[in-house]
Design a protein around this ligand. Sequence first.
Ligand SMILES: Cc1cc2nc3c(=O)[nH]c(=O)nc-3n(C[C@H](O)[C@H](O)[C@H](O)COP(=O)(O)OP(=O)(O)OC[C@H]3O[C@@H](n4cnc5c(N)ncnc54)[C@H](O)[C@@H]3O)c2cc1C
Length: 508
Amino acid sequence: MHTPRTNSHDVLIAGAGPVGLFLACELRLAGCSVLILEQAQNPNTPLKELPFGLRGLSVPTIESLDRRDLLRPLQERAASRNTSAAAHWMQQQRRPAGHFAGIQFFHDQIDSTQWPYRLPTPISNVAADMASIEAVLAARAVKLGVKILRGYGVEDLKQSESGVTVFAAGEEFRGQWLVGCDGGRSAVRKLAGIAFTGTDPEFTGYSAQVKLADGCTLKPGRHYTATGMYNYAEPGTIGMVDFDGGAFHRRDPITREHIETVLRKISGTDVRVSALELATTWTDRAFQAKEYRKGLVLLAGDAAHVHSPLGGQGLNLGLGDAMNLGWKLAATIRGDAPANLLDSYERERHPVGAQVLDWSRAQVALMRPDRSSRALEAIIRDLIQTDDGATYFAGRVWGVEVRYDLGGVHPLVGRSAPDFELADGSRLNQHLRNGDGLFLDFDGSFRSFAACWEERIRYVASDAKNRLGLSALLIRPDGIVAWAFDGSGSDSEVVDRASTWFGNPDCL
Ligand SMILES: Cc1cc2nc3c(=O)[nH]c(=O)nc-3n(C[C@H](O)[C@H](O)[C@H](O)COP(=O)(O)OP(=O)(O)OC[C@H]3O[C@@H](n4cnc5c(N)ncnc54)[C@H](O)[C@@H]3O)c2cc1C
Protein backbone atom coordinates (compact mmCIF):
# COMPACT_ATOMS: atom_id res chain seq x y z
CA MET A 1 0.00 0.00 0.00
CA HIS A 2 1.53 3.31 -1.09
CA THR A 3 1.48 6.27 1.29
CA PRO A 4 1.11 9.48 -0.73
CA ARG A 5 3.61 12.22 0.15
CA THR A 6 1.87 15.51 0.69
CA ASN A 7 4.67 17.49 -0.92
CA SER A 8 4.88 17.74 -4.68
CA HIS A 9 7.64 19.33 -6.72
CA ASP A 10 8.15 21.05 -10.04
CA VAL A 11 10.63 18.37 -11.01
CA LEU A 12 11.38 14.90 -9.71
CA ILE A 13 14.78 13.56 -10.70
CA ALA A 14 15.58 9.84 -10.53
CA GLY A 15 19.25 9.34 -9.70
CA ALA A 16 21.77 11.34 -7.68
CA GLY A 17 24.70 10.57 -9.97
CA PRO A 18 26.64 13.50 -11.40
CA VAL A 19 24.05 14.23 -14.08
CA GLY A 20 21.03 14.20 -11.75
CA LEU A 21 22.86 16.39 -9.24
CA PHE A 22 24.05 18.92 -11.81
CA LEU A 23 20.60 19.12 -13.39
CA ALA A 24 19.05 19.67 -9.97
CA CYS A 25 21.45 22.59 -9.37
CA GLU A 26 20.51 24.12 -12.72
CA LEU A 27 16.78 23.83 -12.03
CA ARG A 28 17.06 25.21 -8.50
CA LEU A 29 19.18 28.11 -9.73
CA ALA A 30 16.30 28.97 -12.06
CA GLY A 31 13.82 28.83 -9.16
CA CYS A 32 12.21 25.36 -9.57
CA SER A 33 11.52 23.06 -6.64
CA VAL A 34 13.40 19.77 -7.09
CA LEU A 35 13.36 16.39 -5.37
CA ILE A 36 15.95 13.73 -6.21
CA LEU A 37 15.07 10.09 -5.56
CA GLU A 38 18.24 8.00 -5.37
CA GLN A 39 18.22 4.22 -5.19
CA ALA A 40 21.46 3.74 -3.29
CA GLN A 41 21.42 4.34 0.45
CA ASN A 42 25.09 5.32 0.48
CA PRO A 43 26.75 7.25 -2.36
CA ASN A 44 30.28 6.05 -1.49
CA THR A 45 31.81 3.07 -3.29
CA PRO A 46 35.50 2.25 -3.80
CA LEU A 47 34.98 2.41 -7.58
CA LYS A 48 34.34 6.16 -7.30
CA GLU A 49 37.77 6.64 -5.69
CA LEU A 50 41.14 6.56 -7.46
CA PRO A 51 42.35 4.90 -9.55
CA PHE A 52 39.11 3.68 -11.18
CA GLY A 53 37.04 6.71 -10.27
CA LEU A 54 39.27 9.08 -12.24
CA ARG A 55 37.32 11.04 -14.87
CA GLY A 56 38.83 13.37 -17.43
CA LEU A 57 36.72 16.51 -17.95
CA SER A 58 36.15 17.85 -21.46
CA VAL A 59 36.28 21.54 -22.39
CA PRO A 60 32.45 21.95 -22.40
CA THR A 61 32.31 20.35 -18.93
CA ILE A 62 35.09 22.55 -17.57
CA GLU A 63 33.36 25.61 -19.01
CA SER A 64 29.96 24.63 -17.61
CA LEU A 65 31.38 24.03 -14.13
CA ASP A 66 33.31 27.30 -14.30
CA ARG A 67 30.15 29.16 -15.38
CA ARG A 68 28.44 28.01 -12.21
CA ASP A 69 31.47 28.45 -9.93
CA LEU A 70 31.75 24.71 -9.38
CA LEU A 71 35.15 24.25 -10.99
CA ARG A 72 37.15 25.92 -8.24
CA PRO A 73 35.66 23.85 -5.38
CA LEU A 74 36.03 20.69 -7.46
CA GLN A 75 39.67 21.36 -8.26
CA GLU A 76 40.42 22.19 -4.62
CA ARG A 77 38.77 19.03 -3.33
CA ALA A 78 40.21 16.75 -6.01
CA ALA A 79 43.72 18.20 -5.56
CA SER A 80 43.65 17.65 -1.80
CA ARG A 81 42.66 13.99 -2.29
CA ASN A 82 44.64 13.14 -5.39
CA THR A 83 48.05 14.58 -4.71
CA SER A 84 49.98 11.55 -5.97
CA ALA A 85 48.01 11.47 -9.22
CA ALA A 86 48.62 15.20 -9.71
CA ALA A 87 52.34 14.78 -9.00
CA HIS A 88 52.54 11.93 -11.51
CA TRP A 89 50.81 14.12 -14.08
CA MET A 90 53.18 17.06 -13.54
CA GLN A 91 56.25 14.84 -13.84
CA GLN A 92 55.43 13.71 -17.39
CA GLN A 93 58.03 14.97 -19.84
CA ARG A 94 55.40 15.63 -22.48
CA ARG A 95 51.96 16.56 -21.25
CA PRO A 96 49.49 13.98 -22.60
CA ALA A 97 46.40 15.65 -24.06
CA GLY A 98 44.20 12.60 -24.57
CA HIS A 99 44.04 9.37 -26.50
CA PHE A 100 42.14 7.50 -29.17
CA ALA A 101 41.85 3.76 -28.49
CA GLY A 102 44.86 4.17 -26.23
CA ILE A 103 47.01 5.98 -28.81
CA GLN A 104 48.15 9.14 -27.05
CA PHE A 105 48.56 12.64 -28.38
CA PHE A 106 50.32 15.51 -26.64
CA HIS A 107 49.75 19.17 -25.86
CA ASP A 108 52.87 20.34 -27.68
CA GLN A 109 51.43 19.05 -30.99
CA ILE A 110 48.12 20.87 -30.84
CA ASP A 111 47.59 23.88 -33.06
CA SER A 112 44.87 25.83 -31.28
CA THR A 113 44.91 28.54 -33.98
CA GLN A 114 42.62 26.13 -35.84
CA TRP A 115 39.92 27.12 -33.34
CA PRO A 116 39.76 30.87 -34.01
CA TYR A 117 37.00 31.55 -31.50
CA ARG A 118 38.71 29.98 -28.53
CA LEU A 119 40.64 32.22 -26.18
CA PRO A 120 43.69 30.91 -24.36
CA THR A 121 42.69 29.63 -20.96
CA PRO A 122 44.76 28.69 -17.94
CA ILE A 123 42.40 25.75 -17.40
CA SER A 124 43.05 22.53 -19.27
CA ASN A 125 43.42 18.84 -18.50
CA VAL A 126 41.16 18.79 -15.48
CA ALA A 127 40.60 15.34 -14.06
CA ALA A 128 38.83 14.47 -10.83
CA ASP A 129 37.60 11.39 -9.03
CA MET A 130 33.89 10.58 -9.16
CA ALA A 131 33.63 10.76 -5.37
CA SER A 132 34.80 14.40 -5.47
CA ILE A 133 32.59 15.27 -8.44
CA GLU A 134 29.49 13.89 -6.74
CA ALA A 135 30.35 15.37 -3.34
CA VAL A 136 30.85 18.88 -4.76
CA LEU A 137 27.65 18.71 -6.82
CA ALA A 138 25.62 17.27 -3.92
CA ALA A 139 26.89 19.98 -1.55
CA ARG A 140 25.89 22.69 -4.04
CA ALA A 141 22.50 21.08 -4.68
CA VAL A 142 21.70 20.91 -0.96
CA LYS A 143 22.91 24.49 -0.45
CA LEU A 144 20.55 25.64 -3.19
CA GLY A 145 17.64 23.82 -1.53
CA VAL A 146 17.39 20.57 -3.50
CA LYS A 147 15.95 17.69 -1.47
CA ILE A 148 17.73 14.34 -1.91
CA LEU A 149 16.13 11.11 -0.66
CA ARG A 150 18.56 8.20 -0.61
CA GLY A 151 17.34 4.61 -0.55
CA TYR A 152 14.43 5.52 -2.84
CA GLY A 153 14.71 3.59 -6.11
CA VAL A 154 12.03 4.46 -8.68
CA GLU A 155 9.86 1.37 -9.15
CA ASP A 156 6.88 2.66 -11.11
CA LEU A 157 5.46 5.82 -12.62
CA LYS A 158 2.18 7.15 -13.96
CA GLN A 159 1.78 10.11 -16.25
CA SER A 160 -1.34 12.25 -16.45
CA GLU A 161 -1.96 15.57 -18.17
CA SER A 162 -1.06 17.48 -15.05
CA GLY A 163 2.05 15.66 -13.96
CA VAL A 164 3.86 12.47 -13.07
CA THR A 165 3.40 10.23 -10.04
CA VAL A 166 6.41 8.17 -9.05
CA PHE A 167 6.45 5.16 -6.73
CA ALA A 168 9.60 4.53 -4.73
CA ALA A 169 10.29 2.58 -1.53
CA GLY A 170 6.59 2.20 -0.79
CA GLU A 171 5.88 5.92 -1.13
CA GLU A 172 4.30 8.09 -3.77
CA PHE A 173 5.72 11.37 -5.11
CA ARG A 174 4.23 13.98 -7.44
CA GLY A 175 6.07 16.16 -9.91
CA GLN A 176 5.07 18.31 -12.86
CA TRP A 177 7.97 16.67 -14.66
CA LEU A 178 10.18 13.64 -14.11
CA VAL A 179 13.74 13.41 -15.40
CA GLY A 180 15.40 9.99 -15.51
CA CYS A 181 19.08 10.42 -14.62
CA ASP A 182 19.16 6.88 -13.29
CA GLY A 183 22.05 5.50 -15.32
CA GLY A 184 22.43 3.04 -18.18
CA ARG A 185 19.85 0.54 -16.93
CA SER A 186 17.35 3.36 -16.34
CA ALA A 187 14.09 2.24 -14.79
CA VAL A 188 12.52 5.55 -15.86
CA ARG A 189 13.39 4.94 -19.51
CA LYS A 190 11.86 1.47 -19.40
CA LEU A 191 8.76 2.52 -17.44
CA ALA A 192 8.13 5.43 -19.84
CA GLY A 193 8.37 2.99 -22.76
CA ILE A 194 11.24 4.79 -24.50
CA ALA A 195 13.04 2.56 -27.02
CA PHE A 196 16.79 2.05 -26.58
CA THR A 197 18.63 0.95 -29.71
CA GLY A 198 22.21 0.45 -30.83
CA THR A 199 25.00 -2.07 -31.21
CA ASP A 200 25.69 -5.10 -29.03
CA PRO A 201 29.00 -5.54 -27.23
CA GLU A 202 32.08 -7.16 -28.72
CA PHE A 203 34.06 -7.39 -25.51
CA THR A 204 34.08 -7.50 -21.72
CA GLY A 205 36.31 -4.80 -20.24
CA TYR A 206 37.91 -5.26 -16.81
CA SER A 207 39.24 -2.76 -14.30
CA ALA A 208 40.99 -4.58 -11.49
CA GLN A 209 43.26 -3.89 -8.56
CA VAL A 210 45.39 -6.98 -7.90
CA LYS A 211 48.47 -8.25 -6.15
CA LEU A 212 50.83 -10.15 -8.42
CA ALA A 213 52.63 -13.18 -7.00
CA ASP A 214 56.28 -12.69 -6.06
CA GLY A 215 58.56 -12.71 -9.05
CA CYS A 216 55.80 -12.03 -11.55
CA THR A 217 56.48 -9.27 -14.00
CA LEU A 218 54.07 -7.64 -16.33
CA LYS A 219 55.19 -4.91 -18.71
CA PRO A 220 53.73 -1.53 -17.64
CA GLY A 221 51.78 0.48 -20.24
CA ARG A 222 49.12 -0.37 -22.80
CA HIS A 223 49.59 -3.39 -25.04
CA TYR A 224 47.64 -4.76 -27.97
CA THR A 225 47.99 -8.52 -28.28
CA ALA A 226 46.67 -11.28 -30.48
CA THR A 227 43.81 -11.83 -28.05
CA GLY A 228 42.84 -8.37 -26.83
CA MET A 229 44.38 -5.39 -25.02
CA TYR A 230 45.73 -4.85 -21.53
CA ASN A 231 47.01 -1.86 -19.63
CA TYR A 232 49.16 -2.26 -16.54
CA ALA A 233 50.25 0.37 -14.00
CA GLU A 234 52.50 -0.74 -11.16
CA PRO A 235 52.05 -2.06 -8.58
CA GLY A 236 48.70 -3.70 -9.41
CA THR A 237 46.26 -1.65 -11.51
CA ILE A 238 44.98 -3.50 -14.54
CA GLY A 239 42.63 -2.59 -17.34
CA MET A 240 41.94 -5.20 -20.01
CA VAL A 241 39.64 -5.95 -22.86
CA ASP A 242 38.62 -9.50 -23.77
CA PHE A 243 36.79 -9.88 -27.09
CA ASP A 244 34.28 -12.43 -25.76
CA GLY A 245 31.21 -10.69 -27.20
CA GLY A 246 30.53 -9.20 -23.77
CA ALA A 247 29.60 -12.67 -22.49
CA PHE A 248 31.22 -12.48 -19.05
CA HIS A 249 29.93 -9.02 -18.05
CA ARG A 250 27.50 -9.32 -15.11
CA ARG A 251 27.13 -13.08 -15.69
CA ASP A 252 29.31 -14.54 -12.94
CA PRO A 253 31.07 -13.20 -9.85
CA ILE A 254 34.53 -11.77 -10.66
CA THR A 255 37.02 -14.05 -8.91
CA ARG A 256 40.79 -13.97 -8.56
CA GLU A 257 40.98 -17.13 -10.69
CA HIS A 258 38.96 -15.58 -13.47
CA ILE A 259 41.04 -12.38 -13.56
CA GLU A 260 44.21 -14.47 -13.65
CA THR A 261 42.90 -16.62 -16.50
CA VAL A 262 41.87 -13.63 -18.62
CA LEU A 263 45.10 -11.75 -17.86
CA ARG A 264 47.19 -14.76 -18.85
CA LYS A 265 45.23 -15.19 -22.06
CA ILE A 266 45.49 -11.54 -23.07
CA SER A 267 49.05 -10.84 -21.96
CA GLY A 268 50.37 -14.15 -23.28
CA THR A 269 52.40 -14.54 -20.06
CA ASP A 270 52.17 -16.95 -17.14
CA VAL A 271 51.51 -14.11 -14.70
CA ARG A 272 50.03 -15.18 -11.37
CA VAL A 273 47.52 -13.10 -9.41
CA SER A 274 47.90 -13.75 -5.68
CA ALA A 275 45.04 -11.49 -4.52
CA LEU A 276 42.15 -9.62 -6.05
CA GLU A 277 41.38 -6.39 -4.17
CA LEU A 278 38.77 -4.71 -6.37
CA ALA A 279 37.28 -5.42 -9.78
CA THR A 280 34.50 -4.37 -12.09
CA THR A 281 33.53 -5.15 -15.66
CA TRP A 282 32.06 -3.08 -18.48
CA THR A 283 31.37 -3.50 -22.17
CA ASP A 284 31.32 -1.57 -25.41
CA ARG A 285 27.54 -1.84 -25.76
CA ALA A 286 26.54 1.40 -27.53
CA PHE A 287 22.84 2.21 -27.20
CA GLN A 288 20.88 5.46 -27.35
CA ALA A 289 17.31 6.36 -26.44
CA LYS A 290 15.19 7.01 -29.55
CA GLU A 291 13.55 9.96 -27.81
CA TYR A 292 14.82 12.06 -24.93
CA ARG A 293 11.26 13.04 -23.97
CA LYS A 294 7.97 11.22 -23.73
CA GLY A 295 5.15 13.40 -22.42
CA LEU A 296 6.30 14.79 -19.09
CA VAL A 297 9.22 12.38 -18.74
CA LEU A 298 12.70 13.33 -19.92
CA LEU A 299 16.02 11.50 -19.95
CA ALA A 300 19.58 12.75 -19.43
CA GLY A 301 23.02 11.19 -18.98
CA ASP A 302 23.62 7.44 -19.15
CA ALA A 303 19.84 6.91 -18.99
CA ALA A 304 19.76 8.37 -22.52
CA HIS A 305 22.96 6.84 -23.92
CA VAL A 306 25.53 4.20 -23.02
CA HIS A 307 28.83 3.35 -24.66
CA SER A 308 32.22 1.99 -23.65
CA PRO A 309 34.25 4.16 -21.29
CA LEU A 310 37.06 4.24 -23.89
CA GLY A 311 38.04 7.83 -24.41
CA GLY A 312 36.16 8.84 -21.27
CA GLN A 313 33.21 10.79 -22.65
CA GLY A 314 30.09 9.50 -20.86
CA LEU A 315 30.17 11.82 -17.87
CA ASN A 316 30.97 14.79 -20.08
CA LEU A 317 28.14 13.94 -22.44
CA GLY A 318 25.69 13.64 -19.54
CA LEU A 319 26.73 16.91 -17.89
CA GLY A 320 26.28 18.55 -21.31
CA ASP A 321 22.71 17.19 -21.40
CA ALA A 322 22.02 18.67 -17.97
CA MET A 323 23.42 22.10 -18.87
CA ASN A 324 21.31 22.13 -22.04
CA LEU A 325 18.12 20.90 -20.40
CA GLY A 326 18.06 22.79 -17.10
CA TRP A 327 17.23 26.33 -18.23
CA LYS A 328 14.83 25.14 -20.93
CA LEU A 329 12.81 23.01 -18.52
CA ALA A 330 12.83 25.81 -15.93
CA ALA A 331 11.49 28.34 -18.46
CA THR A 332 8.80 25.84 -19.48
CA ILE A 333 7.75 25.41 -15.85
CA ARG A 334 7.75 29.18 -15.19
CA GLY A 335 5.57 29.58 -18.28
CA ASP A 336 7.81 32.09 -20.06
CA ALA A 337 9.43 29.68 -22.52
CA PRO A 338 9.07 30.50 -26.20
CA ALA A 339 7.17 27.90 -28.26
CA ASN A 340 9.03 24.59 -28.72
CA LEU A 341 11.95 25.61 -26.51
CA LEU A 342 11.94 22.24 -24.75
CA ASP A 343 11.95 20.37 -28.09
CA SER A 344 15.34 21.90 -28.81
CA TYR A 345 16.81 19.76 -26.00
CA GLU A 346 16.48 16.53 -27.96
CA ARG A 347 17.18 18.28 -31.27
CA GLU A 348 20.52 19.58 -30.00
CA ARG A 349 21.67 16.79 -27.69
CA HIS A 350 20.63 13.64 -29.59
CA PRO A 351 23.10 14.24 -32.47
CA VAL A 352 25.92 15.00 -29.99
CA GLY A 353 25.18 11.70 -28.22
CA ALA A 354 25.09 9.80 -31.53
CA GLN A 355 28.52 11.22 -32.46
CA VAL A 356 30.03 10.15 -29.14
CA LEU A 357 28.64 6.63 -29.60
CA ASP A 358 30.22 6.43 -33.05
CA TRP A 359 33.50 7.74 -31.67
CA SER A 360 33.55 4.89 -29.14
CA ARG A 361 32.60 2.34 -31.86
CA ALA A 362 35.50 3.55 -34.01
CA GLN A 363 37.88 2.91 -31.10
CA VAL A 364 36.54 -0.61 -30.67
CA ALA A 365 37.12 -1.28 -34.37
CA LEU A 366 40.74 -0.28 -33.92
CA MET A 367 41.23 -2.52 -30.90
CA ARG A 368 39.93 -5.78 -32.37
CA PRO A 369 42.60 -8.46 -32.19
CA ASP A 370 42.77 -9.06 -35.93
CA ARG A 371 45.27 -8.19 -38.60
CA SER A 372 43.15 -5.56 -40.33
CA SER A 373 42.67 -3.65 -37.09
CA ARG A 374 46.38 -3.74 -36.32
CA ALA A 375 47.06 -2.34 -39.80
CA LEU A 376 44.50 0.41 -39.25
CA GLU A 377 45.95 1.15 -35.83
CA ALA A 378 49.41 1.65 -37.38
CA ILE A 379 47.97 4.23 -39.78
CA ILE A 380 46.10 6.11 -37.04
CA ARG A 381 49.26 6.06 -34.91
CA ASP A 382 51.15 7.79 -37.75
CA LEU A 383 48.40 10.34 -38.28
CA ILE A 384 48.01 11.19 -34.60
CA GLN A 385 51.71 12.03 -34.44
CA THR A 386 51.29 14.85 -36.95
CA ASP A 387 50.24 18.28 -35.67
CA ASP A 388 47.13 18.27 -37.86
CA GLY A 389 46.24 14.76 -36.68
CA ALA A 390 46.71 15.58 -33.01
CA THR A 391 44.68 18.78 -33.42
CA TYR A 392 41.87 16.87 -35.11
CA PHE A 393 41.75 14.25 -32.33
CA ALA A 394 42.00 16.93 -29.62
CA GLY A 395 39.11 18.82 -31.21
CA ARG A 396 36.93 15.73 -30.95
CA VAL A 397 38.14 14.38 -27.60
CA TRP A 398 38.15 17.76 -25.84
CA GLY A 399 34.74 18.60 -27.25
CA VAL A 400 35.80 21.95 -28.73
CA GLU A 401 34.21 21.06 -32.07
CA VAL A 402 30.70 20.78 -30.58
CA ARG A 403 28.37 23.15 -32.42
CA TYR A 404 24.58 23.12 -32.34
CA ASP A 405 22.82 23.88 -35.57
CA LEU A 406 21.00 27.06 -34.49
CA GLY A 407 20.90 28.74 -37.90
CA GLY A 408 22.43 32.23 -37.84
CA VAL A 409 25.15 33.57 -40.05
CA HIS A 410 28.13 34.02 -37.76
CA PRO A 411 30.41 30.94 -37.34
CA LEU A 412 30.34 31.39 -33.56
CA VAL A 413 26.57 30.83 -33.34
CA GLY A 414 25.81 27.46 -31.75
CA ARG A 415 29.26 27.25 -30.12
CA SER A 416 30.35 27.87 -26.56
CA ALA A 417 31.00 31.57 -25.85
CA PRO A 418 34.68 32.48 -25.50
CA ASP A 419 35.64 33.36 -21.93
CA PHE A 420 36.38 37.04 -22.71
CA GLU A 421 38.43 39.03 -20.23
CA LEU A 422 36.44 42.23 -19.73
CA ALA A 423 37.75 45.75 -19.07
CA ASP A 424 37.33 45.46 -15.29
CA GLY A 425 39.35 42.22 -15.22
CA SER A 426 36.32 39.97 -14.76
CA ARG A 427 35.77 37.09 -17.17
CA LEU A 428 32.62 36.31 -19.11
CA ASN A 429 32.08 33.00 -17.30
CA GLN A 430 31.75 34.87 -14.00
CA HIS A 431 28.82 36.83 -15.45
CA LEU A 432 26.96 33.57 -16.16
CA ARG A 433 27.00 32.34 -12.55
CA ASN A 434 23.34 33.05 -11.79
CA GLY A 435 22.15 31.05 -14.81
CA ASP A 436 20.63 33.95 -16.78
CA GLY A 437 21.03 34.64 -20.48
CA LEU A 438 23.49 37.43 -21.25
CA PHE A 439 23.80 40.23 -23.78
CA LEU A 440 27.46 41.22 -24.06
CA ASP A 441 27.79 44.60 -25.76
CA PHE A 442 31.40 45.66 -26.37
CA ASP A 443 30.52 49.14 -27.71
CA GLY A 444 27.41 49.83 -25.62
CA SER A 445 25.35 50.38 -28.77
CA PHE A 446 22.56 47.84 -28.07
CA ARG A 447 21.49 49.20 -24.68
CA SER A 448 17.95 50.20 -25.69
CA PHE A 449 17.44 46.96 -27.60
CA ALA A 450 18.50 44.82 -24.63
CA ALA A 451 16.13 46.74 -22.35
CA CYS A 452 13.23 45.02 -24.13
CA TRP A 453 14.25 41.69 -22.55
CA GLU A 454 15.34 43.27 -19.27
CA GLU A 455 13.68 40.68 -17.04
CA ARG A 456 15.05 37.73 -18.96
CA ILE A 457 18.49 38.68 -20.30
CA ARG A 458 21.30 40.24 -18.30
CA TYR A 459 22.95 43.16 -20.08
CA VAL A 460 26.70 43.73 -19.78
CA ALA A 461 28.30 46.64 -21.63
CA SER A 462 32.08 46.42 -21.51
CA ASP A 463 35.09 46.34 -23.74
CA ALA A 464 37.27 43.22 -23.66
CA LYS A 465 41.00 42.63 -23.79
CA ASN A 466 40.56 40.60 -26.98
CA ARG A 467 37.15 40.94 -28.65
CA LEU A 468 37.94 38.41 -31.38
CA GLY A 469 36.66 40.95 -33.89
CA LEU A 470 33.16 41.03 -32.39
CA SER A 471 30.89 43.93 -31.40
CA ALA A 472 28.14 42.10 -29.50
CA LEU A 473 26.91 38.62 -28.55
CA LEU A 474 23.73 37.12 -27.22
CA ILE A 475 24.50 34.15 -24.97
CA ARG A 476 22.03 31.54 -23.71
CA PRO A 477 22.06 30.53 -20.03
CA ASP A 478 24.04 27.40 -20.99
CA GLY A 479 26.83 29.56 -22.40
CA ILE A 480 26.00 28.87 -26.05
CA VAL A 481 26.16 31.80 -28.47
CA ALA A 482 22.70 32.50 -29.92
CA TRP A 483 23.74 35.52 -31.98
CA ALA A 484 27.04 37.22 -32.72
CA PHE A 485 27.72 40.49 -34.52
CA ASP A 486 31.03 41.68 -35.93
CA GLY A 487 29.79 45.15 -36.89
CA SER A 488 29.38 44.44 -40.60
CA GLY A 489 26.04 43.98 -42.36
CA SER A 490 22.67 44.12 -40.65
CA ASP A 491 22.07 43.54 -36.96
CA SER A 492 18.32 42.94 -37.38
CA GLU A 493 18.70 39.16 -36.88
CA VAL A 494 19.14 39.75 -33.16
CA VAL A 495 15.41 40.37 -32.56
CA ASP A 496 14.54 37.00 -34.06
CA ARG A 497 17.34 35.23 -32.14
CA ALA A 498 16.42 36.78 -28.80
CA SER A 499 12.73 35.94 -29.34
CA THR A 500 13.59 32.33 -30.26
CA TRP A 501 15.41 31.69 -26.99
CA PHE A 502 13.89 34.18 -24.55
CA GLY A 503 10.37 34.96 -25.86
CA ASN A 504 8.89 38.08 -27.38
CA PRO A 505 10.26 41.49 -26.38
CA ASP A 506 8.45 43.79 -23.93
CA CYS A 507 8.92 46.71 -26.36
CA LEU A 508 10.16 47.29 -29.98
C1 LIG B 1 35.45 2.31 -15.88
C2 LIG B 1 34.75 3.59 -16.32
C3 LIG B 1 35.52 4.72 -16.63
C4 LIG B 1 34.89 5.89 -17.08
N1 LIG B 1 35.66 6.99 -17.37
C5 LIG B 1 35.06 8.14 -17.80
C6 LIG B 1 35.83 9.33 -18.06
O1 LIG B 1 37.06 9.40 -17.93
N2 LIG B 1 35.16 10.43 -18.51
C7 LIG B 1 33.80 10.42 -18.69
O2 LIG B 1 33.25 11.45 -19.13
N3 LIG B 1 33.06 9.33 -18.41
C8 LIG B 1 33.64 8.19 -17.96
N4 LIG B 1 32.88 7.10 -17.65
C9 LIG B 1 31.43 7.17 -17.78
C10 LIG B 1 30.77 7.93 -16.62
O3 LIG B 1 31.17 7.42 -15.37
C11 LIG B 1 29.25 7.85 -16.75
O4 LIG B 1 28.88 8.22 -18.06
C12 LIG B 1 28.58 8.80 -15.73
O5 LIG B 1 28.80 8.33 -14.43
C13 LIG B 1 27.08 8.90 -16.01
O6 LIG B 1 26.48 9.70 -15.03
P1 LIG B 1 24.91 9.55 -14.73
O7 LIG B 1 24.64 10.49 -13.61
O8 LIG B 1 24.16 9.69 -16.00
O9 LIG B 1 24.71 8.05 -14.30
P2 LIG B 1 25.31 7.27 -13.04
O10 LIG B 1 26.64 7.81 -12.65
O11 LIG B 1 25.20 5.84 -13.39
O12 LIG B 1 24.29 7.63 -11.87
C14 LIG B 1 22.99 7.10 -11.88
C15 LIG B 1 22.43 7.15 -10.47
O13 LIG B 1 21.08 6.68 -10.51
C16 LIG B 1 20.87 5.78 -9.43
N5 LIG B 1 19.77 4.87 -9.81
C17 LIG B 1 19.80 3.76 -10.58
N6 LIG B 1 18.57 3.23 -10.71
C18 LIG B 1 17.73 4.05 -10.01
C19 LIG B 1 16.33 4.05 -9.78
N7 LIG B 1 15.53 3.10 -10.27
N8 LIG B 1 15.80 5.05 -9.02
C20 LIG B 1 16.57 6.03 -8.49
N9 LIG B 1 17.92 6.06 -8.68
C21 LIG B 1 18.48 5.09 -9.43
C22 LIG B 1 22.22 5.09 -9.25
O14 LIG B 1 22.34 4.55 -7.96
C23 LIG B 1 23.18 6.24 -9.51
O15 LIG B 1 23.48 6.95 -8.33
C24 LIG B 1 33.48 5.91 -17.21
C25 LIG B 1 32.72 4.80 -16.87
C26 LIG B 1 33.34 3.64 -16.43
C27 LIG B 1 32.51 2.44 -16.10
